[in-house]
Structures are given as C-alpha cells and as structure tokens.
Design a protein around this ligand. Structure first.
Ligand code: BES
Ligand code: MN
Ligand code: ZN
Length: 504
C-alpha cells in the first residue's frame, strides 16, 4: 500500500529515498528550483548520453557524494517522449514507470516532481493522472512470497509518495481522485491474481460482502437453491461439475438523492475454467484462474463508485462458479433450459461463460430494469487472436451506447474496439435440437460468442466487452504489470458512470 501527499512546493530539505523527475525529448533542463547539486547530476546524465527523455526511458542516478545526498540519495529520470505526443495516457504511463522503478529500489519514501505538462491534461487534473499512474505502476502481488527473498521483493517497500507541484496548478483533491481510481484497479488486480484455490466463488462472495460494508452498498448473494427456484438452468449447468457452490453476487449502489438513471454491469466470474468435459489442453491452463477478471472489473468499479458517489443507480452482478469436469458435469449434447425459457444445446462445455452470463443478464434486466447493461468477460480466445492484448473487443445492440462505451474507453485508457454485429453472424448459433446452441462459427468467434448473449438481453441497450486479451498478458505499458491481472475495465466503467446522462 502506497500513501500519497500533495505539496505546492519544491522538495527542499525533505528526506526522500528518491526524487522522480520527468522530461520530454528535447526539453532536458532541470526544473526551476531543483537544488544545484541535483541539477548537476541530472545534466551530466544528459551530457553523457545516458538519458534523452525518450518515451519509456528510465534512468536511476545516485547523487552521492554531493552534500544533498543525505536528503535525496537517488534521482530517477523518466522520459515522456516527444512533447507534441504528450497526452494524458503518455503521462499516466510515465508515472507508471516511475512507480514500477521505485518499487524495485530499497526505499520507503519517494518524491515526484510534477512536470509542467501543458497540453497533456488540464493542469488541475495533473495530480490525478500522475497519482493514478504511479499507484498502478507500483502495484505488486507478493502475498505468497517471503519478503526480501527475491530481487523483485526488496527489503524496504515503497510506502509513501509525495507529489511536489511548485507551479501549484493542481490540488490535493485531484491527487485523491487519482489514488481512488488506482486503488479500485488494484483491488481488481488482487482478486484476479489470487490462485483459484483461494479465490473461489464463495471467497468472491466474501470479498463482495466486505466491499459492500466498506462502501455502503447493498449486497445479495443468490445460492444454488435460489437459482434453482428461479430456473437459471444455464448457470446451474456449468456449475454442476464442481464441488464449489455457485454464487450469484449482486451489489447495489443507490445515490443519496434519487436518480432516474440506472445501469447494470455483469462480470464473468469463472474462478477456474478447465473447459469441463470439453477439457482444455494442459499448456497454460493455470491462466484460467483469470477467467473471473470480468467479475474483478465489476468489483473494482463498484468499489470506486461507492467512493465517488455518482448520481446514477448502479447494480453490479457477478455470476461465479468453477467449470470443472466431474461425474455430474454438463456434457456435450446436454440441453439446458435458460432463465428466459429458451433451450440451449451445449455443444462445447468450454463455451461456459456465455451460459452463466446469459442467465445473469436476463435476470438482472428483468429485476432491475436498467436503461443500459454492460457485461465484461474473458469470453473467447478468438478475441485475443483478433485484437491481441491492447484493445477490448465489443459487441452490442445499440449504437449510442456503444459510442459512450468507446468514449469511456478513450477517456480511461481501457481501449474498446467495436466488432461487427451483422445478423449473418447469428445464423450459426441456431440450435439443431434446441432453440440455440452454445457455439457458433469459430471464424469470428469473438463475435459469435458475443452475439450468443444478445438472445438474453431483449430490447435493452447492451454492450458486451470481451476482455480475454486485455485482462492479463499485457506487456510494456508503464502502469500495467508485465505479469498478471491488469484490472482492465475498472476505469472504463467508472468513467462511463461519471459521464452518464442517459442515452440519446
Ligand atoms: N475463458 C475462455 C476464453 C479464453 C481463452 C480467454 C483463452 C482467454 C484466453 C472461454 O471460456 C473459452 O474457453 N472459450 C472458448 C469458446 C469456444 C469453445 C467456442 C474458446 O475461446 O476456445
Ligand atoms: Mn471456457
Ligand atoms: Zn471461460
């Protein structure tokens, strides 16, 4: 856990393990007010060609034996790239690099000299962007490693970061907003990174109850018996092959003042996906612990929303279960009766996400009558093939909603790429022995998978986000760890809610 302080001054005299300085390419002058001894060290690094402000560049300098070394023994120079390309995201990534590097050093306190990044973001919002980036970059998941035993877990851990803003254009409030966002994302990452024997559906429900209590949300957990009573045959079908009981977790946020706006978010919570009877190959099957990252995104967003208190009703739903192959498991050929009454022939038990989501979506829409519904799911390997790791695929039934989602994606950095939704793609989902079958053509599999869900949302504006590529496995983005869960979707959902004013 890193705590943050904002100061409208230069770090003169403050005892810091390291001071972070940002420079754009070709703008390599020490900031005004930097103690001359530190400025000298910095200038030397530039003269020696060790640092040029390139995007992604980081350079650690030891300031010893200067007299200031007692207060600031290390300078960390971070490149911002070309000044004309410096936008909010570049700034967030640069701050992320800073957080990442600081975490590798053996220190507890550090300072960050806020750059004068005119044009990148309004000066007032600079502290938010930098704090969010730094907190996300400094994220580590070391719960199961002995402290100090490995190089990546130094003896001292970064505990405190001060943002120095001598120009004074930003504010502590802005910084707190960035910290709030970063903490919400890191919560999602923690849930995603937990091993599947720890993060079971039951544990997810425990985490949801904790969250609700902490943030004043309503929470309800539907048990297997409730789902049987409600007729959620698709969800129950998937859950049948595991000894872990399924949970349908519902978190409700209501603003203090009555709001006419309402949204439902649904996150896929398969806490482990073995494929079931249609068993996956062994290679990298461990990664299927991340099959609950949609659920993690919804949890993270509800955490953030509970703190931001926007003027929109938001319900977060998480169907959670394991997909395992025991003697009671659903089999290829089985026909399941969904919550809506439609019958679905299971042709591949590994296409389980759409089954649990279909029931959760239909139930959530009927129960909460939202103006729009968004689901997030690590739904298809095909989406990873189509888009790789740097964009979330999207399928929906409503253009104005899709526009808003894409816009929230841009604002948040969780980039969304709409996929075509022509009716032709839906043909292959028609069932031979039932109304529907759970797999369509594997060509365009991210689309056919997404469009399966369309059968369970009726007329409500709906967008499906396939985060299979973006939920983990992302490399070389400053504020995202190269290993493990990214927390994708959390900032997107928060930004969507904050900007929500209905659908035109
Ligand atoms: N959770 C997987 C999708 C997945 C695979 C996400 C790899 C990230 C990386 C999902 O449940 C699944 O297994 N989908 C199948 C669908 C197919 C059987 C139609 C897939 O993508 O192979
Ligand atoms: Mn699967
Ligand atoms: Zn899955």
């Amino acid at each position: 856990m890193v705590t943050f302080t904002y100061q409208k001054k230069a770090p003169a005299g403050d005892k810091l393990g390291a001071l972070v300085l940002f420079f754009a390419e070709g703008e390599l002058n020490p900031p005004e007010g930097l103690p001359p001894a530190l400025a000298r060290v910095m200038r030397q690094a530039v003269q020696l060609g060790e640092f040029g402000g390139k995007s992604g560049q980081t350079q650690l300098l030891l300031t010893s034996p200067q007299s200031v070394a007692d207060t600031v023994p290390r300078l960390l120079l971070i490149g911002l790239g070309p000044p004309d390309k410096l936008d909010r995201e570049a700034l967030r990534r640069a701050a992320g690099r800073a957080g990442q590097q600081l975490n590798k050093l053996n220190l507890e306190r550090a300072g960050l000299w806020m750059p004068a990044a005119a044009g990148a973001a309004p000066a007032a919002e600079l502290a938010a962007v930098l704090a969010e980036g730094a907190l996300l970059g400094a994220y580590t998941f070391n719960s199961y490693k002995e402290k100090g035993a490995a190089a990546e877990t130094p003896k001292a851990e970064l505990k405190h970061l001060t943002l120095y803003d001598p120009a004074g254009g930003s504010s502590a409030e802005s910084m707190h907003l960035g910290v709030l966002r970063g903490e919400a994302v890191n919560l999602a990452r923690n849930l995603g990174n937990q091993p599947p024997n720890a993060m079971t559906p039951t544990q997810l429900a425990v985490e949801a109850r904790d969250l609700a209590k902490r943030r004043g949300l309503k929470v309800k957990v539907l048990e297997r018996a409730d789902m049987e009573r409600l007729g959620m045959g698709m969800f129950l079908g998937v859950a049948k092959g595991s000894r872990e009981p399924p949970k349908l977790i519902v978190l409700e946020y209501r603003p203090r003042k009555k709001s006419k706006h309402s949204l439902v978010f649904v996150g896929k919570g398969i806490t482990f996906d073995s494929g079931g009877i249609s068993l996956k190959p062994g290679a990298a099957m461990d990664e299927m612990k991340f099959d609950m990252c949609g659920a993690a995104a919804v949890m993270g967003a509800m955490e953030g929303i509970g703190r931001l208190k926007p003027a929109v009703n938001v319900v977060g739903m998480i169907p959670a279960c394991e997909n395992l192959p025991d003697g009671g498991a659903v089999k290829p050929g089985d026909i399941l009766k969904s919550y809506t009454g439609k019958h679905v022939e299971v042709l591949n038990t590994d296409a389980e996400g759409r089954l649990i989501l279909g029931d959760a979506l239909a139930y959530g829409i009927e129960r909460y009558k939202p103006h729009a519904v968004i689901d997030l799911a690590t739904l298809t390997g095909a989406c990873v093939i189509a888009l790789g790791h740097y964009a979330t695929g999207a399928v929906g039934n409503n253009e104005p909603l899709m526009d808003k989602v894409v816009q929230a994606g841009r604002a948040s950095g969780d980039i969304v790429w709409p996929l075509p939704n022509f009716p032709e793609y839906e043909e292959s989902l028609k069932g031979k022995y039932g109304d529907l079958q759970n797999i369509g053509t594997k060509e365009g599999g991210a689309i056919t998978g997404g469009l399966f869900l369309k059968n369970f949302v009726g007329e409500v504006p709906w967008a499906h986000l396939d985060i299979a590529g973006t939920a983990w496995g992302v490399k070389n983005i400053g504020h995202i760890p190269n290993e493990g869960a990214t927390g994708v979707g959390v900032c997107l959902l928060m930004d969507l809610v904050l900007a929500w004013n209905g659908l035109s």
